[in-house]
Design a protein. Structure first.
Length: 509
């Protein structure tokens, strides 16, 4: 079934100043993308300074995604009700303030809590930016280009983050990577107050706190259960968390079907294109995120690159995503939505398959080429699916629909780090070190590097050789699992997005 855009009844197809307003919106995207990418580079330094366990290190990496995934729909719906501009600016201010708390965390527990609070603030940003784009750009071709710019900026943030973060890590302490959020936040708020138009649902209905609680409990409970089961096997407490999460999600869906003004109109998922695009996003990020989380550790702790060099090494992925994002809408109209999405996902899957052959001394040409293909494929897929999701929802529900897209992304990231991260950690922990190897060395590769610094030279070398080889074994296995997930998703997208098209012209009253 081919989806169509809801008719535009504003009569103002091209709003003056819309491109200048877009430049402010992409600053919020840049803020979130930079924050997400610098953490991977800072992980070895956090391991050395705060000495987290392997489980705590995974929590530092994924608690942000857990919280943001649980609150995105609620915050997107809140923006629809009280104003997307207001929610965006308040969220950006909070994001900057909480970044300071992250920067000066002194224990693993405090950093985990600070990352969770950052997720609360971050949940306000992404749905508001996409929803404002939906209301700024009524012409479908312009909107496709605007979404491409939005996605390209997120990809550029993944490049800027590691490079700036690498420079900071070579000259300052690890907390400085969080402080780079402050100038971006300041510009966003000061300029956004003047340039961004306010938009909201004219007949919003009340914001339902019970739905908010059910959404948050459901997502966190379900993802926590998956994460803990993957890391430590079955436990009754984990089962209880999973059952609680599933029950809360079931209750959330049932409640949305009965409310006259739901937080999320779950009937949107009856549209095969909408549901297929959401599923493609979730599985794509799931297949990628676990590998991406550990790639910086591979470049630094296995191959011995400095943080700035590691950041530059990851640049091809961002370059490919930026280039693909800017032309994705045109490609989808010339060929088809499913051809562009499925082709992009298949390319990412094949690139991940190529990474299953890496070892400790793999040269950069293979790594760089694989990352470039990953970026191009993901850029095509994410841009087109975002357009499909936005176009399939009424304009007054743009915030909630945008939140669904972002929830899929963040939930996929949390599950990917939990599942594939646990694959890497599980393989890594089984390495056999020399006599005298401390238990901390088996918790994480960063822990092994720290422990080796206090051992005799010959014991240190043996420990590092065994630990690095085991880490690479885990990484290649995770790449293989990710490749299988991406190739299966490409096939599913081919069928689910059959007949889906991007509109060429805005509707009329």
């Amino acid at each position: 079934m081919t989806s169509t855009l809801q008719p535009d009844t504003t009569g103002a197809v091209r709003r003056p100043g819309r491109w200048l307003a877009l430049s402010v919106l992409v600053l919020a995207v840049l803020l979130v993308a930079v924050d997400a990418t610098v953490l991977g580079l800072a992980t070895p330094y956090i391991s050395e300074d705060l000495e987290p366990s392997g489980t705590q290190l995974l929590w530092i990496g994924d608690v942000y995604s857990f919280v943001i995934a649980g609150l995105l729909v609620s915050m997107g719906s809140l923006g629809d009700r009280i104003g997307r501009k207001r929610v965006l600016l308040v969220g950006a201010t909070a994001f900057g303030a909480v970044s300071v708390l992250n920067a000066y965390a002194t224990t693993p527990e405090l950093l985990i809590a600070a990352r969770g609070l950052l997720g609360v603030a971050g949940a306000t940003l992404m749905p508001a930016t996409l929803a404002l784009i939906r209301n700024l750009f009524h012409d479908p071709r312009e909107r496709s280009l605007a979404i491409g710019v939005w996605g390209a900026t997120a990809s550029a943030g993944t490049a800027v983050g590691p490079i700036v973060g690498g420079f900071l890590l070579e000259h300052f302490w690890w907390g400085s990577v969080f402080l780079i959020n402050l100038p971006v936040m300041a510009v966003l708020v000061l300029v956004g107050v003047r340039l961004l138009p306010e938009s909201r649902n004219p007949h919003p209905g009340p914001w339902d706190p019970s739905s908010v609680l059910l959404s948050l409990t459901g997502v966190i409970g379900a993802v926590y259960a998956v994460k803990e089961t993957a890391a430590h096997g079955f436990a009754w407490t984990t089962l209880a968390a999973g059952v609680l999460g599933a029950a809360a999600l079931y209750g959330f869906v049932r409640r949305q079907l009965t409310l006259p003004a739901p937080l999320l109109d779950v009937r949107l998922f009856r549209n095969r294109g909408f549901g297929g695009a959401v599923l493609a996003d979730l599985l794509t990020v799931l297949g990628l995120s676990g590998l991406v989380f550990f790639l910086s550790q591979y470049l630094q702790l296995v191959q011995g690159r400095g943080p700035l060099e590691a950041g530059l090494a990851e640049l091809p992925a961002a370059v490919g995503a930026v280039a693909a994002g800017l032309v994705a809408g045109r490609a989808a109209r010339r060929f088809s939505v499913r051809a562009v999405v499925s082709g992009g996902l298949a390319a990412v899957g094949l690139a991940l398959a190529a990474l299953t052959v890496v070892d400790r001394s793999t040269g950069y040409p293979l790594l760089g080429a694989s990352l470039l293909v990953v970026g191009v494929g993901a850029g095509f897929s994410f841009t087109v699916t975002a357009d499909v999701i936005l176009s399939g929802a009424p304009r007054d529900q743009a915030g909630a629909a945008s939140a669904v897209s972002e929830t899929a992304y963040e939930l996929g990231a949390a599950l990917g780090i939990a599942l594939l991260g646990s694959v890497v950690t599980g393989v890594y922990r089984d390495f056999t070190g020399p006599a005298g190897t401390p238990a901390a060395a088996h918790e994480s590769l960063g822990g092994a590097v720290e422990a080796a610094a206090h051992l005799p030279a010959h014991t240190s070398r043996a420990l590092l050789d065994a630990a690095r080889q085991s880490f690479v074994d885990g990484l290649t296995l995770a790449a293989g699992v990710g490749a299988a997930v991406l190739l299966a998703t490409a096939v599913a997208a081919w069928f689910l997005l059959r007949g889906q098209r991007l509109e060429d012209r805005a509707g009329h009253p």
